[in-house]
Design a protein. Sequence first.
Length: 437
Amino acid sequence: MSGLAKYLLQEGFEVSGSDINDSKYIDEIRSLGAKVYIGHDEKNVPEKCIVVASSAIRESNSEIQKAKRLGLPILHRSDVLKTLSERSKCFIGYAGTHGKTTTSGLSSYVMEKAGLEPSYVVGGIIPELHTNANYKTDKYFIAELDESDGTIVKYNPKILVINNLEADHLDFYKNGLDSLVETFEQLLSKFDGSQKVLINNDSAGNLKLKGYNFITFGLNDADYVAKNIDLTPTGSSFDVYYKGEKLVSLRIKLLGKHNVSNALGVLASLHQASVDLEKVAEHFATFTGMGRRFQHVGDVNGAVIYDDYAHHPTEIKATLSALTEFPDKHVIAVFQPHRYTRLKSLWNDFVDAFENVPHVVVTDIYAASEDPIEGITSENFIKDLKKHCANSEYISGSMKEVAQKIYPQLKKDDILVGLGAGTITELGKELLKLAGK
């Protein structure tokens, strides 16, 4: 939502809105001229405006109710993104259960650094560019396409990258992966054949997709293949081959094999968009990752603190797997479950995700506007987790309280990573405060 607000402000629209908490995102759009209220109240809605809401906003919301009484147009955020994308000569969309923020951000970054002036709206802050959205020209438009609520079927990108498909958002996709695949096939059925659809061939979920002439990328058998992969504690390097011929060598700072796949997908999509690879290739090496994607927060008592948005078992496994590049470090994973429905549906997968982790801390569940579900609690989860990870504990309370309990335990050679999509992002900041930083 903040990305759309920035984009519209840059185009000269008058923008106002509301949120339940203040944040750095709000500070930035205020600096661009937006009027932002903290707390939802019908008084926040102008008499004449277009109202834009995300799926997190319920019909009972006082501002939505006032908009209905006034007969104001009410659009979903996807409707606005769709309208913006339709003006572009080359709309490149990045989708999938995991990696879409990283791939859309990386694509925007290397295009921007290469002087190609892309316009973009992505789901996280690009640290080097200090924003999640920008309007430049209508030649290229890059966007992260969210599948969580089914609205992905609205878009018509010229180039679509599907990183992977896996069961998630099971409050919406009642039949799990099958429902998700059906939604993507509905999107593909609208295409006229001129669109280029790239899929990661290493994703079992992707291989369930039917009915389109896909371009594939992957680490094994695919149109675009990453070869000679070298994973190190400071990043990775690899060669990219297209149909058996070497295109380019890439170096990235991002850790883990999953990020080799992410970078490969971006390179392949830009190649399909006829972007000069010589202009963009060197910039892959300077991209440090998206905000909250294994983001280095600081050091406390000799321990290194990271913040990561991983909130699905597969994402957690990928992040923790990347930490194996630091064999001499003691890993502490602090997990904040995100949504009652997700924890309930993927309970055993979450338990398995922490297998062999030296130390796991579980905090209270971040509800994300959901109502509690009986029996789905962090206390019950930790009981099952202890069967896989004996050194695990539940710490309740705010992130400030969690930090106060963890801080005395931190020592040299520890790596602490906060995992989740909620307030867990405050943990690192609270630990730094305790250290006087």
